[in-house]
Design a binder for this molecule. Sequence first.
Ligand code: ADP
Ligand code: MG
Length: 364
Amino acid sequence: MILPPDASTQNIRTGMERVILQGLDLNNIHKSFGEKKVLAGVSFEVRHGEILALLGPSGCGKSTLLSIIAGLLEADSGQVIWNSSSLENVPPYQRRFGLMFQDLALFPHLSVEKNIAFGLEMDGWGETGIENRVQEMLELINLPAEKIRDVSTLSGGEKQRIALARTLAPMPELLMLDEPLGATDRTLREALLLDLRLILEKLDQTVIYVTHDQEEAFAIADRVVILEAGNIRQIGTPREVYQHPSSTFVARFLGLHNLFKAEPSAQHIIHTDLGEIPFPSGLKKPAVVLLRPDSVQTGTTGPVTLEGELTACSFRGSICRTTIRINKQTLLFDFPISTDLPDPGNRIQISFNPSTALQVFYED
Ligand code: ADP
Ligand code: MG
């Protein structure tokens, strides 16, 4: 599965033309540990300059895949191809890939500069070269001179940036970040994500960003690969996968929880746990239907109105997370805080356009 020239010669973010075929191409990677199948035929491409997020729940095989790409672990079968050449028999240090682990793995007994210089010394950079490159990296991560202290006294965010600088210093052709923000709190995480995205864009760096957090993946990635139990479930831009999840697994994983059973009733009507709903395109057979939370409003202005009981409302800053019980189904919606909502325990009406708000999944 080599990239066709027209697909790979363009940097998808900048639109800049590239002359050579560049990027990573994973072809049908399988890996088991004993009886346990961890990767079941994984194939995707990462184009030059692209930030690709590998997104999936804990234990789905993300770190295993990174180890295989880095050459630290051998696949049972399948190929890792870089710039059109197979990496079989190419040892990790010759791949020129950088892998940053979740625990950051900084050396606590070394200074910040020594930490950043680590890979450069391994690669045999000269003294002046190292000094200049370390300086460049410190500027890149925007760490002021007065902050350059003992590694153990730095904050979580500073450690994260230094680990990034250390991984970037030897100019890896592919940067792999394994849950780099795993341990930081939400506010810091958002700031770090923005910083990280700006740094990576400035460098035109090719990146695989591993995370189990959908918001993180959406914020940073040009494209997202969704992995479940060693199988790819969907590949697309954040917008594509959020607007058209390919399965109920993907929908749930992306936080789209309003899924309910439906079956054909009369023509253009479906029978659901919420009641009879007009549905212009109809259903071919019993299905699971997603009611998209972003396409529902309170009141009766849409073509279809449903009534239920507002069971809870929790304040989340700019939105109110609301649960509404309709028949035996509980639905979840995030309404803007400005929405006029009744108190919990009272009736509420919601309305939507079924053509855009309902999405059908035919699954066994
Ligand atoms: P993720 O990074 O998505 O959380 P991993 O790739 O770390 O998942 O692990 C996937 C599965 O493989 C898990 O069930 C894990 O326990 C198992 N696993 C990972 N490494 C090994 C190993 N060296 N030996 C045996 N099982 C492993
Ligand atoms: Mg992992």
